[in-house]
Design a protein around this ligand. Structure first.
Ligand code: IPE
Ligand code: IPE
Ligand code: MG
Length: 235
């Protein structure tokens, strides 16, 4: 069985905190290690021929964490998105963000906006960063966009279908083929609910800061050995 290279891979990058506490470090050090790992693994995944890579960087629920941790993560986003602009341009990677803007600070929103604009013509793969993202919120927000557009233009609601609904999501990306979650948790945690309808799922005990090239190859091998039917018959 060889299903080839998945077109769209999504990763729930979990376990930064546990990775750090197990080594007697602060949770925030785990987030920094996760960020370093992400740059390396993301390029490897796109180099393999994956066209779209979505990652869960911060959920809407993550605002419930301690002020210290939330502030650390927001500062990390600002400094990373600023310092990595050339990294993405050099590697020809188009960066997109998915999520709600409220209650992100203007500082964070500005660097997100700059990174999207500066990489908009890059063609070597799309890197979709889900930040202040929730899957149910995405579906609700998409329905609001549909309602507004259809009302303003007096359109026929029957023209909405499962395929063209994607264009009302935060970004118009194809369905997810392979969804990976690190650190041993067996949950979806409100990630990309619409787009994972027929996604293959891969769970690993490895915490995200240790999710390197070899770990991705294991996920890919598992994917390539599955009977993927997407609701049809097995080949
Ligand atoms: C994932 O790691 C990163 C974010 C949610 C920002 P966690 O911070 O959830 O790490 P654990 O699950 O507590 O180990
Ligand atoms: C999901 O991880 C969100 C991110 C990886 C950013 P969490 O650690 O926040 O999820 P739960 O709380 O274990 O479901
Ligand atoms: Mg977690």
């Amino acid at each position: 069985m060889n299903n080839g290279i998945p077109n769209h891979v999504a990763i729930i990058m979990d376990g930064n905190g546990r990775w750090a506490t197990r080594q007697g470090k602060k949770r925030t050090e785990g987030h920094y290690a996760g960020y370093k790992r992400l740059k390396q693994t993301a390029l490897y995944i796109l180099d393999k021929g994956v066209k779209y890579l979505s990652v869960f960087a911060f959920s809407t629920e993550n605002f419930k964490r301690s002020e210290e941790e939330v502030n650390y993560l927001m500062d990390l986003f600002v400094s990373a998105f600023k310092s990595d602009i050339n990294f993405f341009i050099k590697n020809n990677v188009k960066v997109l963000f998915s999520g709600r803007s409220k209650p992100l600070s203007q500082k964070v929103l500005d660097v997100m906006d700059t990174l999207e604009k500066k990489t908009k013509d890059c063609t070597g793969g799309t890197f979709n960063v889900c930040l202040n993202y929730g899957g149910q919120a995405e579906i609700v927000d998409a329905c609001k966009k549909v309602a507004k557009e259809y009302k303003e233009n007096n359109l026929d609601l029957d023209s909405i279908d499962m395929n063209n609904f994607y264009k009302y999501l935060y970004n118009d990306l194809p369905p997810v083929d392979l969804m990976i979650r690190t650190s041993g948790e067996l949950r979806i945690s409100n990630f990309m609910l619409y787009s994972i309808a027929y996604s293959e799922l891969y769970f690993t005990e490895t915490c995200f800061p240790d999710f390197d090239e070899k770990e991705f190859d294991k996920a890919l091998e598992s994917y390539q050995n599955r009977n993927i039917t997407k609701g049809g018959l097995k080949k």
